[in-house]
Design a protein around this ligand. Structure first.
Ligand SMILES: Cc1ncc(COP(=O)(O)O)c(C=O)c1O
Length: 372
């Protein structure tokens, strides 16, 4: 096949794939659709951004700033910096890992090959989209009725894959895999030809992290981000925690030399230096999560699922109720992620936990919609 024909064929394949659609920005709306952290005081972030802007010299490449970030990440996570690698959001780390794996992808879809990924569904659809973009076959194992993971069933698929993705707490369902099950899965997949990616974007709101487990293994990478709990989605700073060999290779060879801007690095370091303040906000969000969950539970016809993240997965049931709630939210200027029917659950939405006032306005809309 000529080069031009190959390109044409590949572009045709890509044009048919699902893609991530960035949410629309509605001026003045209350944004509860992307799991950002609006409970974190905007003034707190602004002050750190202003201090950072005064300090940095953007004429220079970032050199020391990356070391500064590693030192603060080590302090926050309690994990030595030799196990940590940073990137421009966890999205970019995912992308780099897929690029690296896909370059060895001539065995597409074969058992145990790097061209085959295993995920449970529903999960973070961006990850599936990116695997497919890279030409990987993706085995999708459904979660059980209440979005619990059957680890025997999952391990069967995972064993055939070169890449295994565990989103925990899971987006969009919110639950974290029980620690015992998660560690058992890592034990069962503890062999060199399977890379296990544990996406812990929301673990700051959860009860445990697998970061320590990852440092003990060469085939496990835990992905974290400052976009959620740390309120820095716009700064684009993510990090991974892995075994010393894997993390070292990521930093020295896989990652580009200057993946994050000096400004973002300085801001991220500044926010991490004040992690105690952020931790208080995380506790506030967890309190609100419980309150919103309990309030939803009292509304007839509405079911919320237990969450370990800063959002709730809500099932509203029949179409009439779903539409009435959507209308009430629109009128109130609140944006949530409308998911429709998901894995046998009807009229679903994912709502970010915001400030008490935002959450009250959301609850008011659900009550109104459910009563109409
Ligand atoms: C599960 C999960 N992983 C990763 C990301 C991306 O995070 P980042 O902003 O660090 O790229 C998100 C963002 O929504 C997410 O939900």
């Amino acid at each position: 096949m000529t080069a031009a024909k190959t390109v044409e064929k590949e572009l045709k394949r890509i044009a048919k794939l699902d893609r991530y659609v960035r949410p629309e920005k509605i001026t003045g709306a209350i944004k509860l659709d992307s799991n950002e952290n609006f409970a974190l005081d905007a003034k707190f972030v602004l002050q750190i951004v202003t201090e950072a802007a005064r300090r940095v010299d953007l004429r220079e490449y970032p050199i020391d700033e990356l070391d500064g970030l590693y030192a603060q990440l080590a302090k926050y996570t309690g994990i030595n910096e030799k196990y940590i690698g940073a990137g421009s959001g966890s999205d970019q780390i995912i992308e780099l890992l897929l690029t690296t794996l896909a370059s060895n992808n001539n065995k597409k879809g074969k058992k145990g090959s790097s061209g085959r990924a295993a995920v449970f569904v529903p999960t973070f659809s961006y990850f599936i989209n990116r695997c497919e973009l890279h030409g990987m076959a993706v085995d999708k194992v459904p979660l059980e009725k209440n979005f619990e993971l059957d680890i025997d069933r999952f391990a069967k698929s995972a064993k055939k894959a070169g890449l295994v993705y565990l989103c925990s707490p899971n987006n969009p369902t919110g639950g974290q895999i029980p620690k015992k099950d998660a560690v058992e899965l890592l034990d069962r997949l503890d062999y060199d030809n399977a890379l296990v990616l544990v996406d812990e974007a929301y673990s700051d709101f959860a009860s445990y992290s697998l970061a320590k487990e990852a440092t003990k293994r060469d085939n496990v990478i835990v992905l974290r981000t400052l976009s959620k709990a740390f309120g820095l989605a716009g700064a684009r700073v993510g990090y991974m925690i892995a075994g010393e060999k894997t993390a070292g290779l990521f930093r020295s060879t896989i990652q580009s030399p200057y993946p994050v801007s000096t400004l973002s690095l300085t801001i991220a370091t500044g926010v991490l230096e004040r992690a105690d303040f952020v931790k208080k906000t995380i506790e506030d969000v967890k309190g609100e999560r419980r309150r919103v969950f309990e309030s939803l539970d009292e509304i007839k016809g509405i079911k919320a699922f237990r969450s370990d993240a800063n959002f709730l997965f809500v099932e509203t049931g029949k179409k009439k109720r779903y539409s009435a709630i959507a209308k009430a939210l629109e009128k109130e200027g609140i944006v949530v992620k409308m998911l429709g029917n998901v894995s046998g659950h009807t009229g679903c939405m994912r709502v970010t936990i915001g400030t008490q006032e935002m959450n009250d306005r959301f609850l008011k809309c659900v009550r109104e919609g459910a009563a109409s």
